[in-house]
Design a protein around this ligand. Structure first.
Ligand code: 9MJ
Length: 679
């Protein structure tokens, strides 16, 4: 802790300018629903001011943004004074801060027992209050500054999820509930897409869409907005009583007709809170609404009363925040990357920004159609998004911030890497370099794809290394990998003898593969893993596939004329034929594809599962095999009929290879099950 020092003119100025900046951002965010900075940036500035004020308490003014919550009411709405203040929540940005919170709670309650909490997603919407008298909805209000909110009775009334009359009985004569109004993600996207078509204003995020919709003076406009509401607490209660815990109160509210968040639950300890945070975090993107954290609230209302609150936040609750998934930054440049099939992908070079837990400086713009549809220009301020492990992307442009100097990008006529002409298909959004393997970028990407985990899975041969090998001219084609010598590898930067030997070894090991993986590794346009697998199952051998006509290839399930044409074109190309010959000569092999026996399904067959299956659980696969009459065992022997290899297979795959046991991938297993049930 730093000691408190007297404030100088400089610190006074700093506090003032921070306040002015925060006021401006606050007004733009709350009153205009048009944020000027991201939430994370705002939070960081507010934290700076809090720190400054903690060190120099004499600088605190009553109107400092640290001393109030939210914006003052819009004058056009009537004001409503909250009979019970509408509290906001303190934030925790780390596990440690949550542990500190729990410790403070137990210290104040003088207990070492675990505390029971309500754990709830923290919706990113607008907090509201709804009052019922004799079971009828009479008044709706925003939080406003926590003491006084805006009268949005007519607007709230338009939200279908909010009951106008309570069901059942036993509710207090006067009952005020509190909750969050939000726009579900899917509805938000649909709404924005329609607004864009009409040329109307689009909302920056679902939160602003909800706030902007509720703040309509004309409730008929609100009624057209796809809003939803979850109730998460109560306020003023008169002539009647509620249960003694939050959990039981929520159950009563549910019975009276309120909509609650289905993910909320009661947990028994701090550790369970932290597990809840991880669990909800992992599913964050799959939830139908936007959340920015989870909330933990002491469940027992008597304990809450004893804990009380400080300033505007209760001591009995805390919001545990997730890293922001969307941020605002500036596009410095737009460049084109050339992929394996020559496709040109526009990539935005960004002013570095911290989002989704990492700093990013590039985001994909997918293709030119997307650039045109979103009207993205160099110099634009944009919302970028990075969620989970997905590639960061530009979500939308903040048109209102476009500088006069913003520059449109055009599709280049020539490949930026090799100079070959670029063509853009009439129906296709994709533009392609026509250079083929004469283009260095396409060559490198072909090798990367070939070596990738789901293809030949050459461990240790990463993208960077392939780029080095390609740039130095040592490896020009996937087939060159088998001619690599240790001294060639050792010439490269940061490559010792040991690493070089290890890579050579894994290149050798990758020779033993499966037919589907091999087909996929070739990188034939539009032939993904599923198609590769279907082709392998159907033709069984490379020779059979090579001599098949386009029409014969079209007979494969789910293979259409375009894919069939691409396959034939690839296999007929002399350069590709040479590549296949060289790969076979280098010793790339796979076990023969074995078909299911015609009679009796899988009766008498023994299967071993290894690795992770993407489309089904191991239990489901096991059940399906047993249903078809087969047996599943844990270890591979010469008697094993098939080894089913998912991603990251273990040593069982190697053993199967060594023993010459037939290997299926997931698609192969499905095909086997299908053909067994047919017979
Ligand atoms: C949200 N935003 O989902 C609270 N909240 O409780 C939940 N907000 C809250 N609870 C007391 N689930 C004050 C705010």
């Amino acid at each position: 802790m730093s000691s408190k020092r007297p404030s100088s003119g400089l610190t006074t100025d700093k506090a003032r300018s921070l306040r002015e900046l925060l006021e401006r951002y606050n007004y733009a965010y709350h009153a205009l629903d048009t944020p000027e900075v991201s939430d994370a940036k705002y939070d960081a500035l507010l934290q700076d001011l809090r720190d400054l004020e903690r060190e120099h308490p004499e600088l605190i003014t009553p109107d400092s943004p640290t001393q109030r919550v939210g914006a003052s009411p819009l004058v056009a709405f009537g004001e409503i004074k909250h009979r019970v203040p509408m509290l906001s929540l303190d934030n925790a940005f780390s596990e440690q801060e949550v542990r500190d919170f729990d410790r403070r709670v137990r210290e104040r309650l003088n207990t070492s027992e675990p505390i029971r909490y309500s754990a709830e997603p923290k919706l990113d919407g607008l907090a509201v209050s709804a009052t019922y008298e004799n079971g009828r909805f009479t008044q709706g209000a925003t939080r406003g500054d926590g003491e006084t909110g805006e009268d949005i009775t007519q607007n709230l009334r338009t939200i279908a999820a909010l009951p106008l009359r309570l069901r059942g009985k036993g509710f207090p004569r006067v009952l005020e509930v509190r909750g969050e109004v939000f726009m579900p993600r899917e509805r938000f996207e649909r709404f924005n897409a329609q607004a864009a078509v009409r040329g109307d204003k689009v909302f920056v995020n679902p939160r602003n869409a909800a706030a902007g919709s509720l703040r309509q003076l004309d409730a008929r406009i609100t009624a057209q907005r796809p809003l939803d509401i979850f109730i998460y607490g109560t306020g003023h209660v008169q002539d009647g009583s509620l249960p003694v815990t939050h959990g039981q109160t929520m159950q009563s509210l549910r019975n009276w007709g309120f909509k609650l968040c289905p993910e909320s639950r009661i947990v028994e300890s701090l550790e369970e809170c932290l597990r809840y945070y991880e669990e909800i975090g992992a599913r964050r993107d799959a939830l139908p609404y936007q959340i920015d954290g989870v909330v933990y609230k002491v469940d027992e209302l008597e304990l809450r009363r004893r804990l009380g609150f400080v300033a505007r936040a209760p001591r009995w609750a805390i919001a545990h925040k997730y890293p922001a998934e969307e941020e605002i930054t500036v596009i410095r440049d737009i460049e084109f990357q050339v992929g394996r099939t020559g496709a040109l992908t526009p990539v935005a070079r960004l002013a570095p920004v911290f989002v989704g837990g990492v700093t990013i400086s590039n985001a994909t713009l997918h293709n030119m159609d997307e650039v045109e549809r979103k009207d993205v220009r160099i110099g634009d301020s944009v919302v970028v998004r990075r969620a989970g492990d997905v590639i960061p992307e530009v979500v939308r442009v903040m048109i209102e911030r476009r500088p006069a100097s913003a520059v449109k990008v055009l599709l280049p006529g020539q490949c930026p890497v090799c100079g070959s002409p670029v063509v853009r298909d009439e129906q296709q959004a994709v533009a392609r370099c026509t250079g083929g393997r004469s283009c260095a970028a396409q060559r490198v990407e072909e090798i990367k794809h070939f070596a990738a985990r789901r293809a030949l899975d050459i461990q240790g041969l990463g993208d960077k290394l392939i780029e080095q090998l390609s740039a130095s001219g040592i490896v020009k084609s996937p087939a060159d990998l088998w001619d690599l010598q240790a001294d060639q590898l050792q010439q490269l930067e940061r490559m010792g003898e040991k690493s070089a030997q290890k890579i050579l070894k894994s290149i050798q090991a990758s020779k033993r593969t499966t037919f589907p993986r091999f087909l996929y590794a070739l990188g034939i346009r539009d032939v993904g893993e599923a198609t590769a697998s279907a082709l392998a199952q159907h033709f069984e051998t490379l020779e059979a596939l090579q001599s098949a006509s386009k029409e014969q290839i079209e007979e494969v399930p789910d293979v259409g004329p375009v894919v069939a044409r691409n396959v034939v074109a690839y296999l007929q190309e002399p350069e590709n034929r040479r590549l296949l010959e060289r790969l076979r000569a280098a010793g790339v092999t796979w076990p023969a594809i074995v078909r299911a026996s015609a009679a009796g399904g899988l009766a008498g067959k023994t299967l071993v599962l290894t690795g992770t299956l993407s489309g089904m659980s191991r239990e489901a696969a096991q059940a399906a095999i047993m249903d078809a009459g087969g047996k599943v065992t844990g270890s591979v022997s010469a008697k094993t009929s098939y080894v089913v290899a998912g991603t990251d297979p273990g040593s069982k795959l190697k053993k199967a290879n060594d023993l010459g046991v037939a290997i299926l991938d997931e698609a192969g297993l499905l095909e086997l099950l299908r053909s067994s049930s047919r017979s």
